[in-house]
Design a protein around this ligand. Structure first.
Ligand code: OGA
Ligand code: NI
Length: 362
């Protein structure tokens, strides 16, 4: 896999470009007309605010009131089937921790470039400070920088690769990681039950609580002088199992595909945005679908989001659950390990839903 050892071109930090005060973005970031945000989206901030992905009060899943409990499970089921995306409030992760972890990542990105460069990443593992996904020479790039790290399995957790400054960064990431992994385990059990599977089916298919993969990508979307011409993150579906996203509390930017339009998610305070990834699409034999999404940028405010990816153990074969395969619903996808699967996005960068579609049995 020599192609993944190094970046094909010198790395440019988007934040540095943004801070240089340029009035026009370099050609490398200009998207083809059909991919630009202004042409085919419904982003009209004032009138479209009502359109939002479902918001679910997660504590009701554990209510003593059976009616409330069942209604809540049902609304999660509908959100998974119809949207592939929803927000949860009262999810049990303390607002104070959310606030601190956001602050610490903002502080990280606001440090001088030389400090961040110590963590510069390569496409071999993607761990560290990066500015592109994919290694195709000449590819159009996205308007963002990021920091990527492994939290689970413990054998891949290497805190010396995490930011040492701000001083509380490593400790906060560890605490945040443990809370979010715990939440991920609860969601996996809810999804299993909602699919009519044994409660532990999905978590076992992912290798069990101790072996799941979990990684964090802290995304930084700098201000952009020509936001109509580019994207902070191109359209993609998440390759892993499920994503638990902590969006910027002040700046919207995430858009979810709904038929032929794009719905801009309005973040609810202290909520997580949950979305189904390709591996759960495969395991559920497409009862749940990973939905395309992208990020738009703007000219006045930078934006920070924390995407926590909850993934199968990387060497297990993932295939449609036998219980969900019938004569009417034959298996839609071939089995593949997540190790093999994620090479695609790591090589080509974000490409809508091309990859999961390519797994379809013909
Ligand atoms: C991602 C992602 C959305 C956001 O990191 O995969 O879709 O709002 N992020 O940053
Ligand atoms: Ni994503």
């Amino acid at each position: 896999m020599d192609c993944l050892q190094s970046w094909p071109e010198p790395v440019v930090r988007v934040q540095s470009l943004s801070e240089s005060g340029i009035r026009q973005i370099p050609q490398r970031y200009v998207k083809p007309a059909s991919h630009r945000p202004s042409l085919n989206n419904n982003y009209v901030p004032s009138s479209q605010m009502e359109v939002n992905i479902p918001v679910i009060d997660f504590q009701n899943v554990f209510s003593d009131n059976q009616t409330l409990r069942l209604e809540t499970l049902k609304s999660i089921s509908i959100a998974c089937r119809k949207w592939g995306f929803f927000q949860i409030v009262n999810h049990g992760v303390r607002p104070q921790l959310l606030k601190r972890v956001r602050e610490v990542w903002r502080e990280f990105f606001n440090q001088p470039l030389e400090i961040k460069q110590e963590y510069a990443n390569s496409p071999a593992t993607y761990e560290g400070y990066g500015s592109r996904l994919g290694v195709e020479k000449g590819a159009t790039l996205d308007w963002s920088d990021y920091f990527f790290l492994h939290y689970m399995p413990v054998s891949l957790r290497n805190q010396s690769k995490w930011p040492a400054v701000p001083a509380s960064c490593r400790e906060l990431i560890a605490e945040y990681g443990s809370e979010v992994v715990r939440l991920g385990g609860k969601l996996m059990r809810i999804f299993s039950k909602n699919l009519g599977l044994e409660e532990d089916h999905l978590i076992n298919a992912f290798g069990g609580d101790e072996n799941v993969g979990a990684c964090l990508r802290a995304n930084f979307y700098p201000k952009c002088p020509q936001p109509d011409l580019t994207l902070g993150l191109s359209s993609h579906s998440d390759p892993g199992g499920m994503t638990i996203l902590l969006p910027d509390e002040n700046v919207a930017g995430l858009q979810v595909r709904r038929d032929d339009s794009w719905v801009t998610v309005k973040p609810v305070p202290n909520a997580f945005i949950i979305n189904i990834g390709d591996q759960i699409q495969v395991l559920s034999n497409a009862i749940y679908k990973s939905i395309e999404h992208r990020v738009i940028v703007n000219s006045d405010k930078d934006r920070v989001s924390l995407a926590f990816f909850y993934n199968p153990k990387s060497d297990l074969l993932i295939e449609p659950a036998k219980e969900l395969v019938t004569e009417d619903q034959p298996p839609l996808y071939q089995a593949m390990t997540y190790d093999e699967y994620r090479l695609y996005i790591r090589t080509k960068g974000p490409c809508g839903k091309q990859q999961v579609e390519s797994l379809r049995c013909s």
